[in-house]
Design a protein around this ligand. Structure first.
Ligand code: CTP
Length: 404
């Protein structure tokens, strides 16, 4: 079935370019609806989009004010993806702050599929730290952005903020739509049937006393996405998980653990069974030397907590490995590749998935990641920002290559 795109058009001189985008997408066979903000209608009449897309246009102007509360849900459901272009600082700011006060912002908020923003604005506005923070926050939440071009802007300034050419926008949109289709096909591809995959996920918790503990910000999302993808592809999956808020994926056996030592035990118990081990867990490197059996009371003095190293689980697997494929993760904030290569050697890994957790759109909390895969033979493959479930499939493809 052909994919449906909802185009959200906000006010800016670049609106006319989106008519060309819509025309190209229609020629490629996609169906479309358009939502225009009031200010977009100042630049181009809804009739132009209606004619080019051969479909109705929704606006916030007075003829249709009574329908938008229902219409936005209908359009959000219909959309395989949304393209907001040109995206003004205003719509970016609204979505980043959860404001839904018109047709477009409510539809974006209700959308289930990918939402792509193509920002276009004056350079100073685009570089304004508030706009940049909003963009970074939205990227972290999984929204996609087409980077603006640099050049002469309509206001006479020279710099970043120019809407990319219609060709570039269409190429990006089609790329995202193709990925959706590929993922749908992956779901039915049961190419890991008969394989045993052990995944670790989430943080470990190291108790200080019965009330307090040391942990980290890992959400577990990456490991859960891999476990879910592997089960869909037919593998038997055991997920050794630290404490998270996530539901156990369908068809996956989950073993809940708290501390690094609990995780060590559970992982080693399943190691012989496993064909591949994927260690996304953020294991605490240290734990308090002693856990107090009673709540530590304050007495006004400094409290010194002595920490001792936890076992390095992955390294211990690397020492024990016979037939297993070992995949590590490296969450870094600097020298990403160098540290990752070092971990491959030290932990006897087949490959490592490295990411810079300081980058927008990557890291612990969000639904997307930006990863570099480094293999033991030195091959380095960079992957752009993608959903964790997509990255899960990329990692599993590599595991499959190693297994065969
Ligand atoms: N890991 C592990 N056991 C540990 C620490 C880490 O199994 N005690 C695993 C993680 O699950 C991950 C990989 O090792 O797959 C890399 O973890 P990371 O914390 O980034 O690296 P470390 O080896 O701890 O090195 P450093 O703290 O110096 O970055």
């Amino acid at each position: 079935m052909s994919k449906h795109i909802v185009i959200g058009v906000t006010g800016g001189i670049a609106v006319y370019k989106i008519l060309d985008v819509a025309s190209r997408l229609r020629k490629l066979g996609y169906s479309m609806n358009t939502i225009m903000t009031e200010s977009a209608c100042e630049f181009v009449k809804p009739l132009s989009f209606q004619t080019i897309t051969n479909n109705y246009v929704v606006t916030d102007t007075f003829e249709r004010p009574y329908t938008w509360d229902v219409e936005h849900i209908a359009l959000a459901k219909k959309a395989d993806i949304m393209l907001v272009a040109p995206a003004t600082a205003n719509i970016i700011g609204k979505v980043a702050n959860g404001i839904a006060d018109d047709m477009l912002s409510t539809t974006v908020m209700a959308a289930r599929g990918p939402v792509i923003f193509a920002p276009a604005m004056n350079t100073a506005m685009y570089e304004n730290p508030i706009v940049q923070e909003n963009i970074a926050y939205l990227k972290e939440k999984g929204y996609l952005f087409i980077e603006p071009d640099s050049g002469w802007l309509a206001c006479g300034d020279l710099g970043a903020g120019k809407l990319p050419t219609p060709e570039k926008i269409v190429e990006y949109v089609v790329g995202v739509l193709q990925k959706i289709e590929e993922n749908a096909k992956e779901e039915v591809k049961r190419d890991l049937e008969g394989k045993h995959i052990l995944v670790t996920a989430g943080p470990t918790i190291e108790a200080i006393d019965p009330m307090r503990y040391i942990t980290n910000h890992s959400s577990g999302k990456m490991g859960y996405a891999i476990a879910e993808d592997a089960a869909k592809r037919g593998a038997k999956v055991v997920l050794v998980s630290g404490q998270t808020n996530l539901e156990c994926p369908k068809g996956v056996e989950r073993i809940d653990v708290r501390s690094a030592r609990d995780m060590y035990k559970a992982v080693h118990e399943h190691f012989e069974w496993a064909d591949a081990v994927i260690k996304t867990a953020a294991v605490a490197d240290y734990r308090p030397k002693e856990m107090s059996n009673h709540k530590i009371k304050k007495n006004g003095d400094n409290l010194i907590l002595e920490l001792v190293p936890n076992p390095d689980i992955l390294r211990s697997l690397g020492e024990r490995k016979t037939h297993q494929i070992l995949v590590g993760f490296a969450a870094e904030t600097q020298n990403v590749i160098e540290y990752a290569e070092d971990k491959i050697r030290k932990k006897n890994l087949d490959f490592i998935v490295a990411n810079n957790i300081a980058a927008a759109g990557a890291g612990f909390k969000g639904d997307t990641n930006i990863a570099t895969i480094i293999e033991k033979d030195g091959t380095i493959t960079e992957h752009p920002q993608m959903y964790k479930s997509e990255l899960g499939n990329v990692i599993l493809d590599k595991v499959k290559d190693y297994l065969s």
